[in-house]
Design a protein around this ligand. Structure first.
Ligand code: FES
Ligand SMILES: [Fe+2]
Length: 432
């Protein structure tokens, strides 16, 4: 349970709020590079700010205030030029630093005034990495965009899935350090959703949480495992400040505003050994939008692992009321990440960097993170391994084109990919 003041403190992300200022010290994944192939301008809301993300004809990315400084027109209806984004109302043009670089009428009729030199809009740096576009909204100098080792893994088919989730980001991130929910929300509920009443998965008998430089690990022993199991010796990773990393994918929870979150999933499927060598260019990683609501019934979609998670998050309310909760021993990780954020709020007041901000280029080289089933990722599997032949189990709505691209990369023919049953949820949940 948290006092109301702390709940508000931890969940307010807008400019000028303490947590908003803390979260602005990190790079945030906000879109897929491949989204900009046909559509170079995208309205974005991030940390309570209305922005426009664009790729200009020269190939540069920019992230600027949604409203034109001239008379406030909506720049998400602007159009890109060789350099920058042009407002569609009177043609003022802005570069990626926010500087106004053209004012067609003023430049023609009153060039001596050079009004444009005085006009600069809010703009934030953007970088591309691993097929994602990342934004930094904090104070300069910006830290380094982390070079996690998994972004450098080869021989993999990758895809990016983005969803709009209507609730505060922190309750989504608390799900990243919650081992017991896998047993119920994914394994056992999926049994029931498949119209069976059992058997249920072996229950958790021990969980533990440890902190490391770049996040927390959570560890579990179930009734069918022991202390030698990789999910106990290594566990899974709550990657700081906003992600869950499991080895085959990472899920980012990106604060849109206090009551909305962008879920950005990055998925890596290593191709079978027989299909190597395989290479996928970063800018060709497909990006698709994952629906969360069943349009026919108006209910949330229950058929996929992350869709199930979304149901938990939105079910907690737009902003979970932590004054009404009752934490148990399984929630020690949740309490630990809250304490870390509260401590970092104090740290930044003293001018210190918060946890996991990286500034040293020597440190930022292929940073290792704990991976429970590292060997399988590094060595790959045989094309005959049936575990490879499953549908995309994480989110509903995968486009047929992405499914076909996945099968081509893996070296499968379409009909060999089997539908998932509750066993696939078990595997996704526990990685075996
Ligand atoms: S409002 Fe944008 S150029 Fe006039
Ligand atoms: Fe989950």
């Amino acid at each position: 349970m948290l006092p109301e003041s702390q709940n508000k403190l931890l969940t307010s992300v807008g400019p000028g709020t303490p947590m908003g200022e803390l979260l602005r010290r990190y790079w945030w994944p906000i879109a897929g590079v491949s989204e900009f192939d046909g559509n170079p301008v995208k309205a974005m809301r991030l940390l309570g700010e209305d922005l426009v993300l664009y790729k200009d004809l020269g190939g540069k990315y920019g992230l600027v205030d949604r409203h034109c400084p001239h008379r406030r027109a909506d720049l998400s209806y602007g159009f890109v030029e060789q350099c920058g984004l042009r407002c569609n109302y009177h043609g003022w043009l802005y570069d990626e630093t926010g500087q106004c670089i053209e004012q067609p009428y003023e430049d023609t009729a009153h060039p001596e005034v050079d009004l444009k030199a005085k006009i600069r809009t809010t703009a934030y740096p953007v970088q591309a990495k691993a097929g994602l576009l990342w934004a930094y909204l904090g104070p300069q100098p910006a830290p380094l965009l982390p070079d996690w080792e998994f972004f450098n893994f080869q021989q993999g088919f990758r895809q990016i899935v983005i969803s709009d989730v209507p609730c505060n980001w922190l309750q989504c991130q608390e799900n990243s350090i919650d081992p017991v929910h896998f047993e119920w929300m994914h394994s056992n509920w999926s049994v029931r959703l498949n119209n069976a009443t059992g058997p249920y998965t072996p229950t958790h008998i021990k969980v533990d949480f440890t902190e490391f430089d770049y996040g927390f690990q959570y560890k579990r022993i179930k009734a069918d495992t022991n202390e030698l199991d990789p999910l106990w010796t290594t566990g899974r990773v709550c990657l700081w400040p906003n992600a869950l990393y499991t080895g085959d994918h990472i899920e980012y929870r990106v604060p849109v505003d206090d009551e909305n979150t962008l879920s950005v999933g990055w998925f890596y499927d290593r191709v079978p050994r027989e299909s190597e060598p395989y290479h996928q260019d970063d800018d060709k990683i497909p990006t698709w939008h994952g629906p969360i609501k069943d349009e026919k019934t108006g209910r949330w979609i229950t058929s996929h692992v992350m869709n199930q998670d979304f149901i938990a998050w939105v079910g907690q309310g737009a902003i979970a009321d932590r004054t009404q909760e009752h934490l148990g021993a399984s929630d020690r990780g949740v309490a630990a990440i809250r304490r870390r954020f509260l401590a970092d709020l104090e740290a930044i007041k003293e001018g210190k960097d918060p946890k996991a901000v990286i500034r040293d280029p020597e440190v930022n080289r292929n940073i290792e993170v704990p991976i429970a089933f590292r060997k399988a990722l590094q060595e790959g599997k045989s094309i005959n391994d049936k575990d490879l032949r499953k549908r995309f189990v994480f989110q509903a709505g995968q486009p047929e084109s992405v499914k076909l691209a996945f099968e081509a990369a893996m070296g499968f023919v379409s009909e060999t990919v089997v539908d998932a049953d509750s066993r696939e949820f078990e595997k996704a949940a526990f990685g075996r």
